[in-house]
Design a protein around this ligand. Structure first.
Ligand code: URA
Length: 187
């Protein structure tokens, strides 16, 4: 299996799609490299591109609060994105950009080998759970695939824009906390 260092080296020098031309930094991912739980966002925004770390802007501050609700922090989970380079003007990553970048995430998942994956928002849920995923209808539902429990919740940016989505997300977070406890109890 590829090592973390080999994966980081190839990702940091990646030129597989057009996003490499406008990036300041590749945003590889952060956290515990053998975490029980992974959170997967969409792609870096402005602050993430400048600092080289996922979820460090306004949405990231909210994500930190969401993690603390479930007794998780940046050192005991792993956080990554579907695409590692910022799409200009924060547009959605194009299919071909996601296709080019996805193998990096697949290898990250293999290396972390988490018990739980939480997709943050529609783009990650479509890529990782189901191409027809409808976040409004399906957030908080669980599926177990290849031994990994998977769910999706609203993206923190959506929760910044629309406060009415927060109570449902709180319920989803409670379920995630419960699932994490079950996983820990089985270890
Ligand atoms: N939004 C994302 O999906 N990922 C980040 O890293 C930052 C904002």
């Amino acid at each position: 299996m590829i090592t973390w260092q080999e994966l980081k080296d190839s990702c940091y020098s990646c030129r597989k799609c057009g996003l490499c031309g406008t990036r300041n930094n590749v945003v590889f991912g952060v956290g515990k490299e053998n975490a029980d739980i992974m959170f997967i966002g969409e792609g870096p925004g402005e602050q993430e591109d400048l600092q080289g770390e996922p979820f460090v802007g306004a949405a990231g501050k909210l994500l930190d609060d969401m993690l603390s609700i479930i007794d998780v922090n940046r050192t005991n989970c792993y956080i990554a994105n579907i695409v590692k380079c910022r799409p200009p003007m924060n547009r959605d990553p194009k299919d071909e950009e996601q296709d080019a970048c996805f193998p990096y995430l697949q290898k990250q998942i293999e290396l972390v080998n988490p018990a739980i994956i939480v997709c943050l928002g529609r783009i990650a849920a479509k890529r990782l759970i189901d191409p027809d995923y409808r976040i409004t209808r399906e957030h908080g539902k669980w599926i177990c695939r290849n031994g990994i429990w998977m769910t999706a919740i609203y993206h923190p940016s959506a929760l910044l824009r629309d406060l009415t989505k927060r109570p449902e997300t709180f319920d989803d977070l409670m379920d995630i906390r419960q699932k994490l406890r079950e996983v820990h109890a089985q270890l």
